[in-house]
Design a binder for this molecule. Structure first.
Ligand code: SF4
Ligand code: SF4
Length: 386
């Protein structure tokens, strides 16, 4: 039985001095920074850079958290790099728009190559025996994952484990969604990526988290916490505890346990640092049920699929016609596209074609796409909240 440590440090703002102290304290409680990097090693810092939003939107890892982690790793004499594969756009531009690039430049942390894919074999994988990973992470001696604490329509939360999906360059991510439309297959791949890359340390930015329609369209909410661990499953279990979500509702948890990535039992986690009780938010807005296998769209006859499964829906009053959802849709022909009649230039869905990957929902900059459950789906799953 795995017994893991998760350090929880209360931190009520992005005040630089406070965050620096909190990061040092968190890493010290896991044995100190010398456990995680040595002089001359090539270490990649992997923040969440989903989209080019400012830090106050809580879409991406806050630059001050990135800075504190960067500074402490600099002190080891390691050669630092950073990067992520954003939903849309070049990594350098997105890093600039989120404020991460400016911090990286000031600390001489170089942008790693997250655009070129390198094929690797992983015979021990649960499912993804072949992976095409970003060159930047394949070339590294070690990875430090710096996820953001957010909700996610597909996996319920996006925290420690999901952060490594960004280690696949853009086209590879789309390919995986098409190859693995089943949420549970997709979850196995997430676990495979983490097991293959084995980040040395995870530091989760939950000072300002995101609830509701995440990972981009939700609302920022103060959770006032930073989490530290070597075990991404345990870290996400503690994230679940903080938002009063059953870990079994997060589809990758059991694959993480079965593949020895980490422990999914709260009782097997040693919490260090500050007391968790005062930080739990039972009203945190998150979908409190398991994803249904019905959303594995291909396994269902289309007519039934469309009557039962959750689907992305556009609120047209909010849509600004940016087309990001269309660019992001991984299937061909596109399952969301411009209508043929040009006078109404708002995207429309072809639900027969849609694999319910919710990439369109993930990338919409205007919160115009929500995930809805049809009436029959609500009847079959009476606990489905809207
Ligand atoms: S991404 Fe959102 S705002 Fe942009 S076209 Fe699609 S629905 Fe409209
Ligand atoms: S329309 Fe949205 S949910 Fe459907 S396949 Fe395209 S990106 Fe995925």
């Amino acid at each position: 039985m795995i017994r893991s440590k998760v350090v929880l440090i209360k931190c009520d703002s992005y005040d630089e001095a406070k965050v620096r102290l909190a990061v040092k304290r968190g890493i010290d409680l896991l044995g100190g920074i010398s456990c995680f990097a040595k002089p001359g090693e090539k270490i990649v810092l992997k923040p969440n850079l989903l989209a080019g939003d400012p830090p106050e939107k809580a879409v991406t890892t806050h630059p001050i958290v990135f800075k504190a982690v960067g500074e402490i790793f600099k002190s080891t004499g390691a050669n630092l790099f950073y990067g992520d594969s954003p939903g849309l756009g070049k990594p350098e531009l997105i890093a600039h728009l989120t404020g991460i690039k400016q911090i990286a430049d000031s600390l001489n942390i170089t942008l790693a190559d997250f655009q070129k894919a390198v094929k690797v074999s992983y015979p021990d994988a649960i499912l993804a025996k072949q992976l095409a990973l970003a060159k930047g992470v394949v070339d590294a001696d070690g990875i430090v994952s710096i996820p953001k604490m957010k909700t996610h329509g597909f996996t319920r939360i996006t925290g420690a484990v999901k952060n490594q999906f960004g280690c696949l360059p853009g086209l590879q991510k789309a390919e995986f969604h098409v190859k693995m439309p089943d949420i549970y297959d997709f979850s196995k791949v997430l676990v495979d990526i983490n097991n293959f890359l084995k980040p040395r340390l995870y530091v989760m930015d939950g000072i300002l988290a995101m609830e509701g329609n995440g990972p981009r369209g939700g609302e920022p909410i103060e959770m006032k916490v930073l989490l530290f661990s070597k075990d991404p499953i345990a870290m996400d279990v503690v994230f679940c505890k903080l938002i009063d979500l059953k870990p079994e509702f997060v589809p990758y948890m059991r694959f993480g346990r079965e593949s020895c990535l980490g422990t999914d039992s709260y009782n097997n986690i040693e919490i260090k640092g500050d007391d968790i009780e005062g930080l739990i938010n039972k009203n945190f807005k998150v979908t409190r049920r398991s994803p249904s296998r019905f959303i594995s769209a291909r396994s269902f006859p289309p007519f039934l699929k469309n009557l039962i499964t959750q689907k992305p829906v556009i609120t047209y009053e909010l849509c600004i016609n940016c087309g990001s959802c269309i660019l992001q849709c991984p299937v061909m022909p596109k399952a969301v596209n411009w209508p043929e009649r040009k006078q109404n230039r708002k995207p429309v869905f072809n639900y027969k074609q849609c694999i319910r990957c919710f990439c369109c929902h993930e990338i919409c900059p205007e919160k115009a796409i929500t995930i809805k459950t049809p009436l029959l789906g609500k009847f079959i799953h009476p606990h489905i909240p809207e």
